[in-house]
Ligand binder design. Sequence first.
Ligand code: SF4
Ligand code: SF4
Ligand code: FES
Length: 238
Amino acid sequence: MSVLRVSVWRGGADGAFQDFDVPRHASQTVLDVVTHIQRVLDPTLAYRFACRVGMCGSCAMTVNGVARWTCRTHIDKAIENGNALRLEPLRNLPVIRDLVSDMREFFDKWARAKGQFQGRLGRKDDFEKIKPQSPERLQVDAGIECIGCGVCYAACDVVSWNPEYLGPAALNRAWTLQQDQRDSTKMERLRAVAGDAGCHACHTHMSCTERCPKQLSPTAAIAGLKREVARAVLGGKL
Ligand code: SF4
Ligand code: SF4
Ligand code: FES
């Protein structure tokens, strides 16, 4: 049986890598490897996961230098040659301990981008009917499957250069709500994403879109926001 040589980040920002040998199996995921280390080799290892099936978004880490969800990443995909695996917490976020990043600023930015749905109707009203094939509904569908994993945020260089930048996930969420015909806070949200830390800070590097495990395109969402902001400015609304 072959053995994986796994270097795992231990401690906080001033931590260091620790090496473990883990038996390699067919169809093994990166999360399987981390779980083996925690259950068999060192129970003090801190990491996050919940669903194991690509739904909850909690298992993302840096795997051999690349941000990935780990429960759906097979070892064979993460390792190009040999048996070496290097695991670190997600980039662009503070480290709490070991493989656990502090996601607070990531989700605070969703709030800053007005990422909450604000409906017009009360509970006594009939629910709004949206045509499934309307362009707006299709735009919502294109971005709604975000699982909040932070992979795009960790892959974005603009977040590294400008920590105030709202980032791809929050802006993707804002765009999704801008397209939602039931939402009532369109101008407020446009104002929230139009500043220096908003959509215009994006350099269209596409790393977020290349890395998103749900195949979403935050880059396209941000381009949509840029167009909407420009229209609002030209129309004297912003
Ligand atoms: S497209 Fe924009 S948000 Fe996405 S990684 Fe590039 S700079 Fe960041
Ligand atoms: S846009 Fe994709 S990569 Fe970013 S948080 Fe959502 S699911 Fe994860
Ligand atoms: S454990 Fe839920 S997405 Fe990986």
